[in-house]
Design a protein around this ligand. Structure first.
Ligand SMILES: Nc1ncnc2c1ncn2[C@@H]1O[C@H](COP(=O)(O)OP(=O)(O)OP(=O)(O)O)[C@@H](O)[C@H]1O
Length: 252
């Protein structure tokens, strides 16, 4: 686990006068799992979305697997296929079967023949424990199952890196574990993952590194046992006190 696969330097993003990212530097090695935590509005999602240029940085450089996505000459559609993304809201096509949700981008973007795309789709559905659901429509599945379909869809593009933007935040609590289980398995299989999450237990158990973001900066980063277990910065401590003991703090 030595080769850098994501290299972000001097990343800035502003929406009009609002400066959301104020100079982020981040290198992620192949196979590394990095969790990003921080208060609402600190820029976590924006940072993630800049990694595959769903948001265009105002300044700075993003390189994934040796390809500079911020280069104006970059074939961005092609480059994006290296980066799988899973959103809070699943983003499945409601009018397409699970199988078609998994094959459409493979066929349109990668140009894979139908039979090959279906084979890859079925392999990835099996990987997320939904081998039986290929013919279902998304609306017939639970939120947790839909999110696992979304993960299988991203994997079907053979990404080098997977980005997760609060993948369990929209789920009923009893469905969260299944999705985190699939993510844990992916991490064990060696996938490079960048995960914006409020699941501190997951971060503690799975992340190689945790970043705490606040106000558009990475305030603190290190192994989970340091950043979550024994944070050095006061801002990290007060955030964790709020999220780890929300009931007590709401009453305070
Ligand atoms: N497309 C946009 N246009 C204008 N402002 C935006 C846009 N996207 C994000 N913002 C603003 O940027 C700031 C950071 O948003 P972002 O979603 O990155 O934060 P976050 O840390 O992921 O928060 P949360 O945990 O609530 O999702 C917020 O103030 C948000 O309102």
């Amino acid at each position: 686990m030595t080769e850098p696969i994501i290299e972000i330097t001097g990343l800035c993003k502003a929406f009009g006068p609002l400066e959301v990212l104020k100079g982020i530097d981040l290198t992620v090695k192949r196979g590394e799992v990095v969790c990003i935590i921080g208060p609402s509005g600190s820029g976590k999602s924006t940072m993630l979305r800049c990694v595959n240029l769903l948001e265009e940085p105002t300044a700075g450089k993003v390189v994934v697997d040796g390809v500079e996505l911020t280069d104006p000459d970059c074939d961005i559609d092609r480059a994006r296929t290296r980066v799988g993304m899973v959103f809070q809201g699943f983003n499945l096509f409601a009018h397409l079967s699970v199988l078609d949700n998994l094959t459409i981008a493979q066929r349109k973007v990668l140009g894979r023949p139908k039979g090959d795309a279906e084979l890859v789709a079925r392999e990835n559905l099996a990987k997320v424990g939904l081998g039986e659901k290929a013919g279902s429509m998304p609306g017939q599945l639970s939120g947790g199952q839909q999110q696992r379909v979304a993960i299988a869809r991203a994997l079907s593009m053979n990404p080098e890196v997977m980005l997760f933007d609060e993948p369990t935040s929209a789920l009923d609590p009893e469905l969260v574990g299944d999705v985190l289980g699939v993510m844990r398995q992916l991490a064990d299989d060696g996938m490079t993952m960048l995960v914006v999450t409020h699941e501190m237990q997951f971060a503690r158990e799975v992340a190689d590194r945790v970043l705490f973001m606040d106000g558009g900066y990475v305030v603190e980063e290190g192994p989970a046992e340091q950043v979550i277990g024994a944070p050095r910065e006061e801002r990290t401590r007060s955030f964790l006190a709020r999220v780890l003991d929300p009931v007590h703090n709401a009453g305070a």
